[in-house]
Design a protein around this ligand. Structure first.
Ligand code: PLP
Length: 402
């Protein structure tokens, strides 16, 4: 039997299919397997190795004990929708109607999937920055959209405004923003976001903004949610998730905030993807969203310390480091150590230093991968002692390069 279907489009988009048509492993799976087989410290995958707030975890256990174990409403439980609306008001001054403008999803991933499938028709263009979170490419392919990108350039991983202007046309259906940005850790300047809103208005595009790292920002850098900018609200789909904020990436509880019309269109697709999700997690995440300011400043400060620890270690090892303004990730340039091919370097790094990273080229189309070829992403959402050990092991690279 020959099995054909849209899986082939995603598989090719994600580089899963080898030239012989067989499933090849992604660099992410390959690196994680390498970490296991060599016992190296896995700074490749972006998940925390410590639990989030105990009260949030306890609330989920209580919800199960209390019998919240059947299908919740498709749009999400009122307690979580209200908490999301209150969160947008408290942090950003946005007034949100919890009954019509919030949709609970199976993580930010389903929010992205339902949004893209709902709004993109065959041949519509979707613009993202590049490098991009890998799911974007696969989801745009599933929707038979055309993926256009604008590069984030060094220093600082910021886009060139002329390139951005040139990339948005009347064919652009969605402008998909990720801020703070995975994999580069950059936070987009307000002027760039304002330009995105201006271009979206001019070309009647919808802005989809993935803000899952909204609370994980450093050095007092403000994150400006796109929806707070003049003219943006009515054409913006804001996506976030509990996974990164509460160190609960396995809960897959996310949400969309948008206009009633856009929420309805996205719900129409979401109902046939998962219908509903994660009943006992919803009141727990609602409780988390209501935690005090000390919790929110605390997670950012703790993560900033971890960023500094790993960045220092990478610099001492001889890498050129772009200090991230947000997220779980730091990008290091291995060219300074004499390596131009980040993917080859990542394959060697477990034996060289007992550490695993992911090449930035894995977040790029082949056309642009060359520009980023010596860059490697490392995750610092790990225990302090793990990062200290990684830094000490990486220091050996400087010795062997000297
Ligand atoms: C982790 C991540 C997601 C996925 O979030 P889930 O809630 O786990 O589905 C989406 N976008 C970006 C940029 C991420 O880093």
């Amino acid at each position: 039997m020959t099995i054909t279907g849209s899986w082939q489009r995603t598989a090719r988009g994600a580089g899963l299919l080898g030239t012989d048509g067989r499933i090849a492993s992604t660099i992410f799976a390959e690196m994680s397997a390498l970490a296991v087989s060599t016992g190296a410290i896995n700074l490749g995958q972006g998940f925390p190795d410590e639990d989030g707030p105990a009260v949030v975890l306890e609330a989920a256990r209580e919800a199960i004990a209390d019998g919240l174990n059947q299908y919740p409403p498709a749009i999400g439980m009122p307690v979580l929708r209200q908490a999301v609306a209150e969160h947008q008001r408290r942090f950003y001054g946005l007034e949100v109607d919890a009954d019509r403008e919030v949709l609970v999803t199976a993580g930010a991933t389903e929010a992205l999937a339902a949004t893209i499938l709902a709004l993109v028709d065959e041949g519509d263009e979707v613009l993202t920055f590049e490098p991009f979170y890998d799911a974007y490419g696969g989801l745009i392919s599933l929707a038979r959209g055309v993926h256009k990108t604008v590069p984030l350039r060094l220093p600082g991983f910021v886009p060139d405004h002329d390139e951005l202007r040139a990339a948005v046309t009347d064919r652009t259906r969605l402008i998909l923003v990720n801020n703070p940005h995975n994999p580069t850790g950059s936070v987009l300047p307000k002027e760039t976001l304002e330009l995105i809103v201006e271009l979206a208005e001019r070309h009647d595009a919808v802005i989809v903004t993935d803000e899952v790292y909204e609370h994980l920002v450093f050095d007092g850098v403000p994150v400006v949610p796109v929806a707070t900018l003049p003219g943006a609200r009515e054409r913006t789909v804001t996506i976030s998730s509990a996974g990164k904020t509460f160190s609960t990436t396995g809960w897959k509880t996310g949400w969309i905030v948008s206009t009633p019309e856009l929420v309805t269109a996205i719900l129409a697709v979401k109902q046939f993807l998962t219908f509903v999700n994660g009943a006992p997690f919803q009141p727990a995440v609602a409780l988390g969203l209501g935690l005090g300011d000390d919790f929110y400043s605390g997670i950012a400060a703790t993560l900033q310390g971890k960023r500094d620890l790993l960045s220092e270690g990478l610099r001492a090892a001889g890498f050129e480091v772009t200090v991230p303004k947000g997220t779980y990730f730091v990008v290091a340039d291995a060219a300074a150590l004499g390596y131009d091919d980040g993917a080859a370097f990542c394959r060697e790094l477990p034996s060289l230093a007992g550490v695993v990273g992911v090449p930035i080229s894995a977040f790029c189309h082949p056309r642009l991968a060359g520009e980023y070829s010596s860059l490697v992403r490392f995750a610092f959402c790990k225990k302090t002692e793990v990062l200290e050990r990684a830094a000490a092991q990486l220091a050996g690279l400087a010795v062997s390069a000297a």
